[in-house]
Design a protein around this ligand. Structure first.
Ligand code: C2E
Ligand code: CA
Ligand code: CA
Ligand code: CA
Length: 284
């Protein structure tokens, strides 16, 4: 942040110093936090735009820090990526989420299987254990690979060479869905999509925001329409995130998007909350 007066050459920036100290403190506290069980996961429902049913949830990690309270992932995921702790942390998130999916399925019976979406950092993609860890976690929980969707950001895959794509291909062959997260922010070549082992496009929130007005800006409508039709022609499903209003949901449904996620439906919450939402949904 700029200090008062906006002098770029000012040496002392107490705000920046405080941030750096916190960053340093958080970074050094990360490994012990994992051991002490300070991380927890909230789940946000994924809703079918056609019929409004809950189809699954995205796992979003949080840190209950003993001094700072609940910290969002934007505060600590970059630090964990920097130190490499993201590999064990990511594995922990995957294991918890897959077990949770198993529990939903057991308690659900008849409501249709709930799928689980888990975010994957680029560092995890580079880690040689990814495929085997994922296979082990699914087997231990007794969850079929097609109940899992791994979300990888578009920027992580831009310019990715074949070595980086190999583990994703392997997982996709097993039946795990791969979603391209934050799609539309990375300036990737649309033709490039054919090369990637993805089956879902997650349209970035900025597109959803442009649907705030009803009717939305005609150019924005055309862009989303174009992305959706391209995705569908490549047999990719389209999920939209950041849906906050009914008007957005309605326009995105009309544009042919398949699944939606956002505060309009539910904020991320504890696993019991998802169970309730899905159950209400199944019993009408
Ligand atoms: P993301 O994958 O794009 O996740 C969606 C973010 O949008 C989440 O923020 C979610 O809480 C928020 N969101 C959901 N609905 C709405 C809405 O209607 N309006 C608005 N304004 N926001 C909404 P969150 O939980 O703070 O997560 C931020 C990012 O942290 C995620 O972005 C993801 O990139 C990363 N992240 C979260 N959990 C994990 C994890 O387990 N592993 C890794 N590697 N990254 C994670
Ligand atoms: Ca995501
Ligand atoms: Ca996203
Ligand atoms: Ca994002």
């Amino acid at each position: 942040a700029k200090s008062a007066g906006g002098n770029r050459f000012e040496l002392a920036d107490p705000e920046a110093d405080a941030r750096a100290i916190t960053r340093h403190g958080l970074t050094t506290a990360l490994p012990a936090a994992l051991d002490r069980g300070e991380f927890f996961i909230e789940y946000q429902p994924l809703v079918h735009l056609g019929d409004g049913s809950v189809r699954g949830a995205e796992a979003l990690v949080r840190w209950l820090h003993p001094q700072h309270g609940v910290l969002g992932p934007d505060r600590f995921i970059p630090l964990a990526e920097h130190t490499g702790l993201i590999v064990p942390l990511g594995r922990w998130v995957l294991e918890q989420s897959v077990r949770q999916a198993r529990e939903w399925r057991e308690r659900h019976d008849g409501a249709g299987p709930l799928r689980i979406n888990v975010n994957l950092s680029p560092c995890q993609l580079n880690h040689p254990g990814l495929v085997q860890d994922t296979v082990d976690i699914l087997e231990r929980a007794g969850v079929a690979p097609d109940a899992l969707c791994l979300e990888v950001t578009e920027s992580a895959l831009i310019g990715a060479d074949d070595d980086l794509l190999k583990p994703l291909r392997r997982l996709a062959e097993m039946g795990v869905d791969i979603a391209l997260d934050d799609f539309g922010t990375g300036y990737s070549n649309l033709a490039n999509l054919r090369r990637l082992p993805v089956s879902v496009l997650k349209l970035d929130r900025s597109f959803t925001q442009s649907m705030q007005q009803f009717p939305a800006d005609p150019v924005d409508l055309k862009i989303v329409e174009g992305i959706v039709s391209l995705a569908h022609s490549l047999s990719l499903a389209v999920t939209v995130e950041g849906v906050e209003t009914g008007a957005q949901a309605e326009q995105l449904r009309i544009l042919g998007c398949d699944t939606a996620q956002g505060w309009y439906y539910a904020r991320p919450g504890p696993p019991e909350r998802l169970h309730e939402l899905a159950l209400v949904d199944a019993t009408g």
